[in-house]
Design a protein around this ligand. Sequence first.
Ligand SMILES: Cc1ncc(COP(=O)(O)O)c(C=O)c1O
Length: 423
Amino acid sequence: MTRRNDWYRSGLEHIWLPYAQMKTLPDPVSAVATRGCLLTLEDGRTLVDGVGSWWTSVHGYNHPVLLAAAHAQLDAMPHVMLGGLAHEQAYRLATRLAETTPGSLSKVFFTESGSVAVEVAMKIAVQYALNLHGERRTRFVSFTGGYHGDTFATMSVCDPEEGMHRLFSGVVPEQYVIDLPDNEARIDALESLLAERGDIAAVMVEPLIQGAGGMRMHTPGVLQALREACDRHGVLLIFDEIFTGFGRTGQMFAADRAGVTPDIMCLGKALTGGVTPLAATIASADVYAAFHTDAPEHALMHGPTFTGHAVGCAVANAGLDLFESEPRLDEARALEQALLADLSPLADRPSVGDVRVCGAVAAVEFETEFDVEAARAWFISRGTFIRPLGRVVYLTPAYTIPREALTALTSAIGDFCDGVGSL
Ligand SMILES: Cc1ncc(COP(=O)(O)O)c(C=O)c1O
């Protein structure tokens, strides 16, 4: 047995893996190296990565500009806390995010994970009403199919029935979870909810694409309807762009593609191109004004140990440089065309219910259930790393993926359509 097998076998006895029934989970394959859109496995095989490490590695793995930024910051100063100390990378990143996000979104709070960025957005929304009018608005409107994280407050705004946190219904705070208002009846339902309930702090949505809920897509018109309803009823609108941010929809933010600006935006994942954890909650100037007073109790009392982590912020600044110096958004838009060309024809296959594409995201939804673990193993046997979400096989590759590698992914999905019945 090699040393590596030692760590694997003893580690598997102790590690508690994400979203997994450890008793039945097939043994994961081990990765030893990454480059571009490729994963190298311990046994020497190379897989084309269709997922991008939970949707983060938009520039491709090991981009030299990101790695150089991380190394330089590590050598100079890995991190110092933002309580009482300032450092250049966090301050520069805050300025750049304020400049890059739309409208008056301009006040940036850093966290280390998307879930916590959403928690902070929820906390800001509740405290905004308290600071401004002394009102206790403690509840949120969110949408079926939505996913916003795994912490307690964020679980409460996930889909309570189809989502993965069903078990916690009745344990987490109760929210108003409704269907997205994509027709008149649903807009009316949202309108009456906002009109009748005085306890709503904000409406929370993943704009344009509900990711973990199965890559469900909606039109910009839905977001415009949300914006108008929130404005009419004096309720804040939060865009959770943790998945959609940084080019995933073909524009820097889904807010840009939709032409709708929220009051608070949450960012994470691709913020550092998948190199380090970092997330951000960005509030509009108006929201911030309710905190920026002479009253000490109006302050936002939040401060994770690693807020504004220096290495993370250095990498995120380098990532923003790449959006300027390399044609990243053009690549994401070109991916939309390539994905449409390769995958739209699959809609005619008998096993396929729906094919949808938006920017650098494609989803093929199957008519029937299949064994997801068997499907994952089948894709690996085809030299690809693709992890279906329920009945949805999706691609969220790096925007830099070469055409041949993309073809390897899409043709594997094409073949999967024929074989899905046997899984
Ligand atoms: C839209 C959205 N919000 C929040 C999160 C939670 O982010 P994290 O896993 O970094 O806590 C995710 C993660 O997939 C997400 O897709």
